[in-house]
Design a protein around this ligand. Structure first.
Ligand code: SF4
Length: 216
């Protein structure tokens, strides 16, 4: 909740400044060298840790790092390559569909706008925003499970859906801050404001957090 008399935009900027000091250089935890690799890694990251995805993609991308190569690998082989990521049957099917569509609809390139990205199989709002922000450097605010949980606990931006939380932050913060903001919220959610037990006693933004103040 914003302090009385202080505009929520100013509170959001202050919050961001504190978290940026706490997590300097926070960035995407997925390893990639091209927009295509990030797209595939993000599809694989659903209900899987970045660390596990990175292990899988290091191996996978050494064999297939383009849509053509992925299709050549084949769905059966892809399933085996990504088995450790969970939901591997769905993910393999979606990746094959995505690679096919990249070649037939987008000249083999990863689209650079949101409306095109979400036409790809397995690519929803969060994945599209991850690619836009991290691969294309465009202003986008992906809301994953950490951003969603931490935001609702802080109480400055709340929402019943990830889209509502995205709308809240993008209204409060200028586009040039969206990249840092969503990354520091992810880092905070992983290291302090964890799903099961938030460590409010050592949280640097406790004084600004509805949940943290209530826990005092
Ligand atoms: S005070 Fe607690 S609930 Fe609030 S952001 Fe920090 S860890 Fe999360």
């Amino acid at each position: 909740m914003a302090e009385q008399g202080i505009a929520p935009e100013a509170t959001a900027l202050e919050l961001l400044a504190i978290l940026k000091r706490e997590y300097p250089g926070a960035k995407c935890g997925l390893e990639f060298t091209t927009p295509f690799e990030l797209l595939i890694a993000t599809i694989l990251s659903s209900q899987c840790t970045d660390e596990r995805v990175n292990v899988v993609t290091r191996r996978l991308f050494s064999k297939a790092a383009t849509p053509e190569a992925m299709l050549f690998l084949g769905e059966g082989q892809l399933r085996e390559e990504i088995r450790e990521c969970g939901l591997f049957r769905n993910k393999a099917r979606n990746i094959m569909g995505t690679c096919q569509m990249l070649l037939t609809e987008y000249g083999g390139e990863v689209p650079t706008d949101f409306a095109d990205l979400v036409t790809l199989p397995g690519v929803g709002r969060k994945t599209a925003n991850v690619v836009l922000s991290n691969a294309w450097g465009k202003p986008a605010f992906p809301v994953d499970t950490h951003v969603f949980r931490v935001s609702n606990r802080i109480g400055l931006v709340t929402g019943k859906t990830p889209e509502e939380v995205e709308d809240g932050w993008t209204l409060l913060l200028p586009p040039e801050d969206w990249y840092d903001a969503h990354h520091v919220l992810i880092h905070h959610g992983r290291s302090v404001c964890k799903a099961r037990a938030p460590a409010c006693e050592k949280c640097v933004i406790r004084d600004m957090c509805t949940t943290g103040k209530g826990a005092l």
